[in-house]
Design a binder for this molecule. Structure first.
Ligand code: AR6
Length: 168
């Protein structure tokens, strides 16, 4: 089941929520800032451990931490591509964010996962193109497994909500 709501992802009680992080994993603005603020220092402590072990997280890849004080069980941090006109592999990197996040959710026995609209804020990815990639990639992944039974797209702004609502 794939659903869309308009709201704040820090309030969602899914098994895993996804963060639109940066390669340092040390927090930032946008949804990243909101997740670290609401989840407390346990999330940053896990991120620092991962950073010390593997140097952060590459664009298109994902790592998993505790969700600290959030109602979710885990936070999956993925790093979206910065929009650079569309000729820098942005589309396949964005699809990889969704796929690698879903794969980590599978590996950690999650049945439900909530996504923000990765890369469509500070990183400037055009919203309609990003929404199409998100929905296509999630649909394809869900069709190849039977553990994850709910994917929720949590849209913070009305434009994204309308785009996802139309696609779904
Ligand atoms: N819940 C759900 N979605 C949100 C929330 C929230 N609480 N707050 C913002 N959004 P952005 P990016 C939406 O900028 O473009 C950070 O500094 C927002 O409206 O958070 O991938 C990182 O550290 C937009 O639709 O992430 C990186 O440096 C979407 O989340 C950089 O920003 C993504 O916007 C990543 O940029």
């Amino acid at each position: 089941m794939i659903e869309v709501i308009k709201g704040d992802i820090t309030t969602i009680a899914a098994d895993a929520i996804v963060n639109a992080a940066n390669t340092s994993l040390l927090g930032g603005g946008g949804v990243d800032g909101a997740i670290h603020r609401a989840g407390g220092k346990a999330i940053l402590e896990d991120c620092i451990k991962i950073k010390n072990k593997q140097g952060g997280c590459k664009v298109g890849e994902a790592v998993i931490t505790t969700a600290g004080n959030l109602p979710a069980k885990y936070v999956i941090h993925t790093v979206g591509p910065k929009w650079n006109g569309g000729q820098s592999n942005e589309a396949s990197l964005l699809a990889a964010c969704y796929r690698n996040s879903l794969f980590l959710a599978l590996k950690n026995d999650a049945k439900s996962i909530a996504f923000p609209n990765i890369s469509t804020g500070i990183y400037g990815y055009p919203k309609e193109a990003a929404a199409t990639i998100a929905v296509d990639t999630v649909r394809e992944f869900l069709g190849r497994q039977d553990q994850i039974d709910k994917v929720l797209f949590v849209c913070f702004d009305k434009e994204n909500f309308m785009l996802y609502d139309k696609l779904l």
